[in-house]
Design a protein around this ligand. Sequence first.
Ligand SMILES: Nc1ncnc2c1ncn2[C@@H]1O[C@H](COP(=O)(O)OP(=O)(O)OP(=O)(O)O)[C@@H](O)[C@H]1O
Length: 250
Amino acid sequence: MGMIIDVERLSRRFGQSTAVDELTLTAGAGEVVGLLGPNGAGKTTTIRMLATLLPPSSGTARVCGFDVVRAAGDVRLRIGYVMQQVSPMGYYMLTGREKTEIEAALYHVPRKRVKARAAEVLELVGLSAHADRLVQAYSGGMQKRLELACGLLHRPELLILDEPTLGLDVQSRHHVWDHIRQLCQEGMTVLLATNYMDEADRLCDRLTIIDHGREVVSGTPAELKAAIGADSLDEVFLRHTGHALREEAA
Ligand SMILES: Nc1ncnc2c1ncn2[C@@H]1O[C@H](COP(=O)(O)OP(=O)(O)OP(=O)(O)O)[C@@H](O)[C@H]1O
């Protein structure tokens, strides 16, 4: 069975600084693989390389069997990417359904299928009842779920989620997690970047902890905790790096 993500010694430099440093990462079909690390650890840079938006400085990355540099078009057809920063401004005067249908057309869903597919993905993320409300009336959690729905429109083999619950309240986070878990049950492969250890713990089959662009340690959440007798992934991070995963806000 081919790997959905197969990354070998991937690096990205910006001038003198190295954002991603010889990272190796794999994901098999149906796995939820996490990248856990603090702000600036290199998660988004890694994701942008896998999504073909940023060329690597060195190393190789294959997604769904295609090289992200030489076969970027083949990769793009097979991935959904839900970005960290969502700017809903351009969509404020649209309903959730209208936004989803526009994105469906952009994602090359055949015209005859657009309405049905939009309704399906809205149902998947629990937004059917709110589909005809304006996006500007959505809560933060609903907007995130709408982004998730749009990432699913073209039935990607790999869904890439960058901080899917950043800035959400506890209840909304649990709601988003429920929907991500449901997608996994349907066999989707997910790459999740987060700096929330509870999110990584709850959702990931395997994760790689990164710091300063480099792998610190990787394994299942249970393995990582058991190896050092830690109760939480925060503690795992602290023990391996000597500093906290999340700096306290000043
Ligand atoms: N276009 C760029 N030019 C220069 N430096 C960059 C660029 N993009 C990212 N970096 C640097 O690379 C490092 C990794 O950033 P990256 O955004 O990948 O981290 P991250 O783990 O995703 O953090 P966050 O959780 O804040 O998104 C940072 O030091 C950042 O300043």
